[in-house]
Unconditional design. Structure first.
Lengths: 442, 490
């Protein structure tokens, strides 16, 4: 003991372990606070995830339904002849339709006044549809045919809450009295919401027809793009990884490749779009908006991802496999291609699927090579045309819809996102299953 | 598409060559494969490779070189007098190409016969009309020079493709024959094939270099072109961004500073959201969470990283923007005019970056040796004191690297800002105002109607160059820091 402590004896505090002093309490509180911050951070992250998914599902699901009017309609030969002999043929058909509709309402004991103009606002040109149907199928005359007619996008909006009764202003598209008719038809079970296959299988429509827009054509476009990505980036990526992992000597050239790959993995995707525009379209004059060009650009983008994952799975194959192959007289090339590569295949496949999923959702490069602004009105005509004819792709289609002025397209964009996410989810689940099923731990 | 068939033909030649080579080697050995130097299939592969590799090499080189050659021939045909004031040779050449495509389409649709397409020189309004009928947009009446050049363009091109097809088939056949001739029982086929495969592997690995070279060249050339039309000092130091939309140029202000400011402001907001949340999430996951919580929460957070950016863009535009507008807009606090703003884009981008920051920091925190924690506990520190005073300082360089990587992602992000940040370039401090970024302007300048040769379109390449250099710099610094740090504890 030193003199100092002798001179200033600190008074011994009466302390008990069961009684915490203020300092310890303060420190424990800080501990709890810190822990709570961490928990809060996780919860905030998960909260964002939930909000994102809830808003996607809530706004996207209406895109999968459409409002249809189902009417049983019978046309006799005499009625058809009479209608055909009139000057305004489609008007005659539509009058017949209205009569039949009125009759069905009366059978259910309801009377609503409506005229031809109201029907046209609700269902478009009914007469033309009927006439075309009976001219194509004359054998269905005199038989009851159940017509399913799509309601106009504003009526659709009324069902989905986009159009409100209180705020509706009479226009040539929809009037307040029409909504009474719609309500009556709904009560009669004639107008209802039905699942819309047209959204999943259809092609994009023009700016003025949100009801008819579908995502099918752009799914096909994305499919052809992914085909290009798969065919190019899988072999090239695997070959590059095999070289770097198994054969490359330690020298400047190898270092250069390594540095390039790690940098390319971090280059913003829009820069790849600029590359595609300058090299593939400006310089090589490949067709704009074609899935081929999109696929080329996305292949270059996906390559680093595939190379990185392939190298990891090649590295995971133990050297004893190579040594054993070399020991029984295989060449280095044979050891790699016959033994190492098959053992690494599940890992390579998983990495490729994840790379493809990334490429599928990528939008920015597609904007620059002209995939946006092109209205994909139909499916490609054949296999080769699928690559070279202009088409859209799923993310580009979603962006196109989001950029249109008409609010009804937003619903389609959200619906498109659900389809896109469904594809991504499927691909990722396949990747996880492959990994669980085939991955070997050495 | 003839190229598709050409490739098929070459593949068939190679397949036939494979069979022939294999059977020839076996025949030479008297049907006994033990007499061969290599396995029989190697003889087949030798032939197939020698048929395919030179042919596809030739095709690639030809396809790259032919447009250059055709362009130089055709642009030599256009006299300087045919180029209007305010136009350029490039513009006229674009017109020629459009006219040539139009002729192709017209022939394909049967509006013209081949002869008419090649020789028509009498009635130009008629030709223009027919081109319009074929769905080809012709800007003005096709002039005599342009039409002649377009006809010549078509002829040169089709002759070129014809020669290419013939050359490709000849090369493929020659390769096959050559390889068949050298096929004998004692021919060292395996060594030859393996050498060839090795070369292909090297070539595949070099694609990464080629891509980088392609990016740099396409950026540098077009940026150079832009700086010839527009002074570089005005681009780098201009405070005003106002491109003229006429496409004729001349009156545009193309200063990059407002765009850079928008980019940085949005990135700062994004990082202000992502870094605290991501960092605390990483700390909780690596230090506090039980294995069960960790195995659930970590993949769930990482879902956020797997969602395509277009989804975030739509989320910003249609969900977050209106929500913020409700709180800060005219009905609420009155700070915000429209849904698209720095805050909207920054917030959503922050959400996107959370898993980026958290995963990287998680790895780095886990790499801090347990002994350091144990030492701290031994001195009586609580867990949070240990984390704050021992673990985080030790992991700090790595965390800074992770944040820099996230920042580089934020700067290069496109879809969120295109949809969520607005289109007006301005230098302002108010985070509730719409601003725009480098990436958003690259998109709008290149997807508009501006002509490719105008400064309004070329500025996108200069912007791309700026972006490329910025993100590359950030990445290199970040990777350097992370690597340096890793070495410390290994």
């Amino acid at each position: 003991m030193t003199d100092a402590s002798m001179d200033n004896p600190t008074p011994a505090r009466s302390r008990s372990l069961s009684q915490t002093d203020p300092n310890t309490r303060r420190r424990n509180a800080a501990e709890r606070r810190f822990r709570a911050y961490g928990m809060a951070a996780i919860l905030v992250g998960l909260f964002f995830l939930t909000v994102l998914f809830v808003s996607i599902v809530r706004s996207g699901l209406p895109a999968f339904t459409r409002t249809v009017v189902t009417v049983d309609f019978t046309l006799t030969q005499e009625q058809m002849d009479a209608a055909e002999s009139e000057l305004f043929k489609t008007k005659a058909y539509s009058n017949l339709f209205i009569a039949s509709l009125q009759e069905q309402l009366q059978q259910r004991g309801m009377t609503v006044e409506f005229d031809e103009a109201a029907i046209e606002r609700l269902l478009g040109k009914v007469g033309g549809t009927l006439r075309a149907h009976y001219q194509a199928n004359p054998d269905e005359l005199s038989q009851p045919v159940a017509f399913e007619l799509a309601a106009s996008s504003r009526v659709d909006g009324y069902f989905k809450g986009r159009v409100q009764r209180e705020t509706l202003q009479d226009s040539r598209f929809l009037q307040l009295s029409d909504l009474d008719l719609v309500d009556a038809l709904e009560e009669a079970g004639i107008i209802k919401q039905a699942f819309s296959w047209a959204f999943i299988t259809g092609a994009d429509s023009g700016v003025d027809n949100p009801g008819g827009a579908g995502i099918g054509a752009s799914v096909v476009g994305s499919f052809f793009m992914m085909l290009v990505v798969l065919v190019l980036s899988l072999p090239i990526g695997v070959a590059a990884s095999i070289y770097l992992e198994e054969f490359a000597p330690q020298n400047r050239f190898t270092d250069l490749i390594e540095v390039n790959i790690s940098n390319l993995a971090a280059v913003p995707s829009i820069v790849f779009g600029i590359l595609g525009l300058a090299v593939f379209i400006q310089f090589m004059h490949l067709p704009q908006s074609a899935p081929l060009v999109g696929g080329l650009v996305l292949s270059l983008m996906t390559l680093p991802t595939i190379i990185i994952s392939t190298r990891a799975s090649l590295k995971a194959v133990p050297p004893s496999i190579r040594d054993a192959a070399l020991g029984v007289g295989a060449s280095k090339m044979q050891a790699v291609f016959h033994h190492v590569l098959p053992l690494a295949a599940p890992g390579i496949l998983t990495g490729t699927i994840i790379g493809l999923a990334q490429a599928l959702g990528e939008t920015a490069p597609l904007l620059l090579i002209g995939m946006v602004g092109f209205v994909a009105r139909g499916y490609p005509e054949g296999f080769v045309e699928g690559f070279t004819e202009p088409n859209s792709a799923m993310p580009a289609q979603i962006y196109t819809w989001a950029a249109r002025a008409d609010v009804s397209f937003y619903e389609k964009a959200w619906g498109g996102i659900i389809i896109l996410l469904a594809f991504l989810l499927t691909m990722n689940i396949i990747a996880i299953i492959l990994r669980r099923r085939f991955e070997r731990r050495w | 598409m003839p190229l598709f068939w050409l490739i098929l033909i070459v593949l068939v030649i190679a397949a036939v060559g494979y069979m022939l080579g294999r059977s020839r080697a076996l025949a030479n050995a008297g049907g006994d494969s033990r007499e061969l130097h290599s396995l029989p299939s190697y003889y087949g592969w030798n032939v197939a490779l020698k048929a395919m590799v030179p042919t596809f090499g030739l095709l690639i080189v030809w396809l790259l070189a032919q447009p250059l050659y055709v362009n130089s021939v055709i642009s030599g045909m256009i006299p300087d007098s045919a180029i209007d004031d305010g136009s350029s040779r490039g513009l006229v050449m674009a017109e020629v190409r459009r006219a040539a495509t139009g002729l192709d389409n017209a022939v394909a649709q049967g509006l013209m016969d081949e002869d008419f397409a090649r020789n028509a020189r009498a009635d130009f309004t008629d030709v223009t009309q027919r081109l319009k009928d074929a769905g080809q947009i012709v800007t003005a009446e096709v002039t005599q020079t342009v039409l002649r050049a377009a006809q010549r363009y078509r002829i040169v091109n089709s002759t070129g493709y014809l020669i290419m097809s013939i050359a490709a088939i000849v090369v493929a056949l020659a390769g096959t024959l050559f390889a068949l001739r050298e096929t004998r029982a004692l021919f060292r086929a395996r060594n030859v094939v393996e050498f060839g495969i090795h070369a292909l592997l090297v070539a595949a690995a070099s694609i990464a270099i080629l891509t980088t070279v392609g990016i740099v060249l396409s950026l540098v050339f077009n940026t150079w072109e832009f700086f010839r039309l527009y002074p570089a000092s005005d681009f780098f130091f201009g405070l005003n961004w106002a491109p003229s939309f006429s496409g004729r140029g001349g009156s545009s202000d193309l200063g990059v500073l407002p765009l850079l400011w928008g980019t940085f402001y949005i990135s700062i907001v994004a990082l202000a959201v992502a870094v605290p949340i991501g960092l605390f999430a990483a700390i909780y996951l690596s230090e506090y969470a039980s294995p069960r919580v960790r195995s659930v929460a970590k993949p769930l957070l990482e879902i956020l990283a797997g969602i395509p950016t277009i989804v975030y863009g739509l989320f910003a535009l249609l969900t977050v923007g209106p929500l913020l507008l409700k709180v800060f807009g005219d009905d609420g606090l009155g700070w915000m005019q429209a849904g698209t703003a720095v805050m909207t884009a920054g917030l959503v981008m922050g959400i996107m970056l959370i898993p980026f920051v958290s995963s990287l920091s998680d790895d780095i925190i886990n790499a801090v040796p347990q002994a350091m924690r144990d030492g701290s506990y031994g001195l009586g520190a609580t867990q949070s004191e240990t984390i704050r005073q021992v673990v985080i300082p030790a992991a700090l360089p790595g965390i800074v690297g992770a944040i820099l990587l996230a920042a580089s992602r934020a700067i290069g992000e496109t879809m969120i800002v295109v949809l969520g940040a607005g289109a007006a370039a301005r230098l302002s401090l108010n985070p509730f105002e719409a601003m725009t970024t480098v990436t958003a302007k690259i998109v709008s300048q290149l997807t508009g109607d501006a002509d490719f040769a105008s400064p309004e379109a070329l500025v996108a390449f200069a912007l791309g160059m700026t972006l490329f250099v910025l993100t590359l710099g950030l990445n290199i610094i970040a990777l350097y820091i992370v690597r340096k740090y890793r070495e410390q504890y290994e």
